[in-house]
Design a protein around this ligand. Sequence first.
Ligand SMILES: [Mn+2]
Length: 338
Amino acid sequence: MALQDATAAPPHSYAIIMHINICSHNLWLDGLPRTSRAAQFVLSDSMKILNAMPPYNLFGVENPDFKDAMIAVLPIPYDSTVTYKSGSRDGPHAIIDASRNMEMYSEEFDGDVTQLGIYTLEEMAPNLNSPEENINMIQKEVSNILDNGKIPVILGGEHTVMVGAVRAVAAREKDMSVLHFDAHSDYRDSYSGSKFNHACVMARAREACPSCFSVGIRSTDEVAARKYGKDMLYRKDMHKMSLDDVVDTIVNRTKDNLYITIDMDVMDPSEMPSLGTPEPDGLSFYELTYILRGVLSKKKLLGIDFNELCPIPGMIAPNYLVAKLVYMALGYAFFAKK
Ligand SMILES: [Mn+2]
């Protein structure tokens, strides 16, 4: 829907639908994010109902001046290469919406993550010409975030959103690892005729960053297992380890600078059912946050993405879980003692 249509005093009943569907083809002007068109809606007379609600930003906080922000959040509603159940394009909205209803103090690290300065960019309108073009566009957007000195937090969307982000981060930092949480190894060279299918993301990430380590894997193909098994911590082996052993293994196998990619299907479907490709015997929220806390207290976070949330209509708990996971991960990265 075009902006000029949207500002023509629409009825409140579909105001919110428009609010979430507005995507930009160009988020940046002169190297800075353009003024949010969503914010303009909030200010318009016809949209006063939205004034009573938290802003449509991650954690429901007003965007700071971009120059003061430490973290830039990029929502990418894209799921065009999925092979089983689609719907992760609705993930970013579900995460942001749930995050607007969270408590902003954490007793765990005695702090408020929003004080770090979190700027939520407009949703990136996916490039639907091809997955490769979309990945190139993400790389450009994340490069802009990095050039401005911000830490990118990407909300997917399907897992391919990670490839563009890793390319952008790895172009600026050679001494880094990709830490990958997933049920699936995602190391196929191509799938469904494409090298940019979501089953190939780690094969592509590895081309940009040779140091990769995968955690929670319980679904892989034989070729990937033979070739990359040494860089995977299988779920079957995690069962024999303490969580502290898991943390130590990850810390020892990765470099000090980390890009973290979290496919939500690393979690158990009983706790995280909103998935396109669920696998039994996954991690609990407690296990995942314990591992993240241990690792992030010792490493530097260069960027992170949360992907493959495939919301189930009417079921809000999994959406809220991801919002909380984003909050906790940022807290561990920037409040936990190094
Ligand atoms: Mn997966």
